[in-house]
Design a protein around this ligand. Structure first.
Ligand code: URA
Length: 450
């Protein structure tokens, strides 16, 4: 077999066999098939797509490229959540301790920044000392003790996704239904989840721009996942503007920590209080996803009951304690983390100001995500480090009243040059209207499978 024949076959629209996919993926992992051939193949898949059988074979090949977490003996239910990627999308960091506080076990294997979207691993690594490459034994031990553990793909566990994910990020081959399906489900199966809530995003900041495309992705994920024995609920959710108020690495961890503050749930946020109001969509989505995790884990009979349980747990403070405990379990410096809140920012800072009076009608998530790469939140080359202190804080979102000159967002660049380069795109991300836009529905559809 030759890699070039496999690339040519996909380029010409032929269905690849399990053997051909195995040859290519295993050769890539072993280092015998070079990056440039795998990039060419990924681009052919991007244009030609894959049949359901091919997608399933690719997922299994990627899964079998390494070992699986052995979670035998850990009392379940083992329920996880995964998003198809968004801007300011940080629900995982709130959901894992929240689910654990309600008796679920969340074995969470995540990825890094991908395209213009952020990555859970990059966010967590902005906490000093925090380790995201856990050995299978560490993963198991932390999961059993804390109720959740957060790791990435490693040399031993789904190495094919570790390599392919990084390659797709920089070869414009992210937005492909079969490649996203195989990437997500190989990780979810390898981590040991029994049931999975999928947050399938559509909109300017998502990989699938329109709801119909996102539904196609949701169905591919649900069908392939069910064939692998996973019970799945997928929600189709809007990603037209950044979720919450922060976009960045440490900035997003900080927003999650604020959302775990029990005081927030015992006393409702003061109307007009900016931080609380601007995280409202983040918490709304978190509650919708958390409720489905509880339903899959048999802890709630309906979304309403699930939401109530989540709110009660947040008000009790256990999820925040578990979050802090997990920082220590994964090597992070909890004391320093707490000291850094509110001040761990790049010195290279600017304000983006409103250009018109009226209402903000939109903050384009894709433009913000692309500017985030320039600021240092994501990567331009595989070996680029991300900056923990770059990003932005939104002070206005769609629907906010504004006066010309008000600050729309505070922006931090990894250096002065990147800050200046990102400013025009961020200024162009905001749109205005004379009257308030009609509020957007965050969750538009639910798909259940398995
Ligand atoms: N999340 C993943 O894990 N993989 C993708 O390809 C996209 C989102």
């Amino acid at each position: 077999m030759r890699a070039v024949d496999i690339i040519m076959a996909k380029r010409d629209g032929r269905e690849l066999s399990r053997e051909e996919l195995g040859f290519l993926i295993n050769g890539f992992v072993a280092g015998t098939i070079p990056d440039y051939q795998v990039s060419a193949w990924a681009m052919a898949v991007f244009f030609r797509g894959m049949s359901p059988a091919e997608t399933a074979a690719l997922t299994e090949t990627m899964l079998d490229s390494g070992g699986r977490m052995n979670l035998a003996g850990i009392p379940g239910p083992l329920v996880d959540k995964h998003s198809t990627g968004g801007v300011g999308d940080k629900t995982s960091l709130i959901l894992a301790p929240l689910a654990a506080s309600l008796g679920l076990r969340d074995p969470m294997m995540s990825g890094r920044a991908l395209g213009h979207t952020g990555g859970t691993l990059d966010k967590l690594e902005s906490i000093p000392g925090y380790r995201t490459a856990l050995s299978p034994a560490e993963f198991r031990e932390i999961l059993a003790r804390d109720g959740f553990a957060m790791t990435g793909q490693t040399r031993d566990t789904v190495p094919a996704d570790r390599l392919l994910y990084a390659l797709r990020d920089l070869s414009a081959t992210v937005e492909s239904v079969p490649l996203i399906t195989a990437s997500i489900l190989s990780k979810k199966k390898a981590e040991g989840a029994e049931a999975l809530v999928l947050d399938v995003k559509f909109g300017s900041g998502a990989f699938m721009r329109d709801p119909a495309e996102a539904e196609g992705l949701a169905r591919s994920l649900a069908d392939t996942g069910a064939a692998l024995g996973l019970r799945i609920i997928a929600l189709l959710t809007s990603m037209d503007q950044p979720l919450g108020s922060m976009v960045g690495n440490f900035l997003e961890v900080e927003e999650c920590y604020a959302c775990l503050d029990p005081a927030r749930y015992s006393a409702p946020p003061r109307p007009g209080s900016p931080e609380h109001g601007l995280s409202a969509d983040l918490m709304e989505l978190t509650l919708e996803l958390g409720a489905r995790m509880l339903m899959l884990g048999g802890r709630a009979g309906s979304p309403e009951e699930g939401r109530k349980l989540c709110l009660g747990a947040l008000a009790g403070g256990k999820p925040r304690d578990l979050f802090l405990g997990n920082i220590e379990s994964q090597g992070g410096d909890r004391k320093r983390f707490l000291e850094m809140l509110g001040s761990y920012r790049s010195p290279h800072r600017a304000e983006i100001r409103a250009r018109e009076d009226g209402y903000v009608s939109r903050i384009d998530a894709r433009k913000v995500g692309q500017a985030g790469i320039v600021l240092g939140v994501g990567r331009n080359r595989r070996e680029d480090p991300v900056s923990p202190v770059a990003g932005l804080q939104l002070h206005k979102k769609a629907g906010s009243p504004v006066r010309r000159g008000d600050s729309l967002m505070t922006v931090w660049g990894k250096d002065r040059e990147s800050l200046e380069a990102a400013i025009p795109a961020l200024e162009g991300a905001a749109e205005y209207a004379a009257s308030p836009p009609s509020p957007e529905k965050l969750v538009i559809k639910e798909i259940r499978h398995g």
